[in-house]
Design a protein around this ligand. Structure first.
Ligand code: BES
Ligand code: ZN
Length: 454
């Protein structure tokens, strides 16, 4: 193992240089203008594997390409499937970045760039750990498959079908994903639960064109007023979602799990200071960690209508719209809820308004059993890589493909997050701590070792 340690030391700068190269590629999956950059990122990832001498291929889908690679077979050893994503969220609002989003810049030991932690930096730790094994031991001690996609940030639509159709090819004993967070700086974690998601766009249309609000106001339904009423009816003032039947399949938190969350050293005052908010809020009767990790929620992600320029304009807008999403907990079925939502919105839509609801994507939540030899191996690997034992947490974000892995490949996922909660994912000035990048590489390399001993 000492030659692995020597490799980590010698290759720190090169690992960082490779990460920065990937971060310069503007692989925004949501916006079609970045399609050539998406392809560049996929090819860049592919190049990492061909350089290791692995069988690797770029797989075309109806959406963005997948990268698949496989290490040389180690008969009798377990197989891990490493999943990650090379796509990133849109970088806007651009004006709020201290350094440009696609020019990786190091400040205070962190690299700032869109995708630094989510997920280019975290994904690359597994590639570099594997490179360390190839260059010091001739290859990893277990069978590794890598599946790196370009649509995670838009719902993994095309990967879902691919996994279902390629179960043999992707067959494995466990899936490994680093696309989540540590509990706190210096306190690594294994995440055993993620929330699911449903994402919608609502479009309301009123009169043919914008109207004078004095001449017409009060005489025809204003789509902006209608939108406000409809959106306000999604959640009540106790933080409960008002869609009928929404909570039918929610499994309540057990007292044991609540006690587990309560034992974690969560500093609510520091949390508020970090976000510059005076209070935490949410569903009545639950703590902040419970609300964010294990209760369903509804958030408006964007909304538009009417005049937004300088000064006042007395207008009755012709159209209004919003993007909004629900976070789901395990056991809630996105399809069932979409039907209930449609019915509820129909009942709320006022006369004189045409309503269109677009169902953009959905995925269920996940819970991973903690009593497995894979979790035990990951626990030891993290201890070796980070010098500190992990705590076991749930998180509020979603990785849509995880439920599909469970259903199609019949195996559990190790969610080993190297990020931090203040990494500004999906927001301006995203960062990744470079020390955690290197600790992640070490933990991953030791995970291959620990899995070989199972
Ligand atoms: N890395 C996140 C998922 C995540 C966030 C896990 C926080 C744990 C904690 C992932 O890249 C992501 O952002 N997923 C999207 C999925 C959606 C667009 C379908 C999300 O959660 O919004
Ligand atoms: Zn993300």
């Amino acid at each position: 193992m000492s030659d692995l340690e020597t490799w980590f030391e010698k290759n720190r700068t090169q690992c960082e240089a490779d990460l920065f190269e990937l971060l310069r590629i503007k692989s925004v999956s949501a916006d079609s203008q970045f399609r050539p950059e998406i392809r560049r990122a996929a090819n860049w990832v592919l190049g990492q594997f061909t350089r290791l001498g692995f069988a690797a291929e770029l797989i075309e889908t109806a959406g963005h390409p997948l990268v698949f690679a496989q290490s040389p077979a180690v008969p009798g050893a377990p197989t891990a499937l490493v999943y990650g994503h090379y796509d990133v969220q849109p970088p806007d609002p651009l004006g709020e970045w201290i350094s440009p989003p696609f020019e990786p810049t190091v400040r205070d030991g962190n690299v700032y760039a869109r995708g630094a932690t989510d997920d280019k930096g975290q994904m690359l730790t597994h590639v570099k750990a594997t490179q360390a094994w190839v260059e010091t031991q001739g290859g990893p001690p277990i069978n590794l498959k890598f599946l790196i996609e370009g649509e995670e940030e838009v719902g993994s639509e095309h990967l879902t079908g691919y996994v279902a159709e390629h179960r043999e090819k992707l067959a494995c004993d466990c899936v490994v994903i680093s696309d989540s967070s540590q509990f706190a700086p210096g306190q690594p974690a294994i995440t055993y639960g993620l929330r699911g998601i449903m994402y919608f766009e609502l479009r309301l249309t009123g009169p043919r064109q914008d109207l004078h609000s004095g001449t017409f106001g009060g005489g025809v339904t204003n789509p902006a007023n209608a939108l406000s009423r409809i959106l306000a009816a999604l959640v009540d003032d106790r933080g409960r979602i008002r869609v009928p039947g929404f909570y039918d399949d929610v499994v309540p938190l057990t007292e044991q799990e609540r006690a587990g969350f309560a034992k974690l050293d969560f500093d609510e005052a520091a949390f508020c200071r970090g976000l510059d908010v005076s209070e935490t809020t949410g569903e009545v009767g639950f703590t902040n960690l419970e609300r964010r990790w294990a209760r369903p929620t509804c958030d408006i992600n964007g909304l538009w209508s009417g005049y937004q320029g300088e000064g006042a304009k007395t207008v009755l807008p012709a159209r209004a719209g919003a993007k909004f999403s629900f976070r789901l907990v395990p056991n809630q079925d996105p399809k069932k809820i979409a039907v209930a939502l449609r019915k509820y919105l129909d009942s709320l839509c006022p006369l004189g308004i045409k309503m269109e609801l677009i169902d953009m994507h959905g995925a269920g939540g996940v819970l991973v059993p903690l009593d497995s030899p894979y979790i035990a191996a990951a626990t030891r690997a993290i201890e070796r890589g980070f010098g500190n034992a992990p705590v076991y947490i749930r998180e509020g974000g979603s990785i849509p493909i995880v439920t599909t892995f469970r259903e199609q490949l019949k195996c559990d996922t190790l969610l080993l997050g190297w990020g931090l909660n203040d990494d500004n994912t999906h927001s301006p000035n995203e960062k990744f701590c470079l020390a955690d990048f290197h600790r992640g590489i070490r933990a991953s390399a030791y995970l291959w070792d620990e899995l070989a001993r199972i």
